[in-house]
Write a protein that binds this ligand. Sequence first.
Ligand code: MN
Length: 228
Amino acid sequence: MAHWNGPFGDGTHLARVAPDVVLQQKYPFALPPLGYANTAVVPAADASTLATHRDKLHAAHVTALHAAMEKFSSLQEYSLGQLLMGLRRWPAEARPLIREHGSAHASHALYWKLIAPGAPTAAAPSGRLGGMITREFESVEKCLAELKATALGIEGNGWAWMVKTATNRLALRVMANEDSPLLEAELPILGIDVWEHAYYLKYQTKREAYIDAVLSRINWDVAGAQVE
Ligand code: MN
């Protein structure tokens, strides 16, 4: 874990979060456009799943984060990325609200972008992320197998994430509940939401089939942009 030398940790490895536009968002917070039709990412998510998971649950987190910023108005000047990375600095009563709703907003906004609409995209990332994956996992196949195993191993509500660590390497993390890796000063690259609400409507208890579906539809351009 990074040292906390200032409000946003040592920050060096997170200096460039521009590709993840939602992390630049400040109050007033808003649900970003989905960017594709609600039937475009079947089988990773179908229209009914998106209607509850994004249009209701994600939207509710945005509303709750917005309400928290109205209550703690001195925090309105900070971006979502800053709010999460600097959590320890904020008033104690604000922290659980930012931790839950800020994390959920950041994670879901990235998640919808990480699932590619239409036909499956390239099987491998190009550019810097491709090299980092080869270095850490040997191959994209092994990386995805490990990410899948991580996701399958989660008990209860949470997310499996591939992150960029403070030492600029890739690592897999289990994050409980809605916790964002940004709370630990690690940059989310590729994640799977394994809360039941992410798959139950379409897959019931077949969580592995859902995970396979998500991993078959990764938008590597989006994942790759996180580290460029
Ligand atoms: Mn979710």
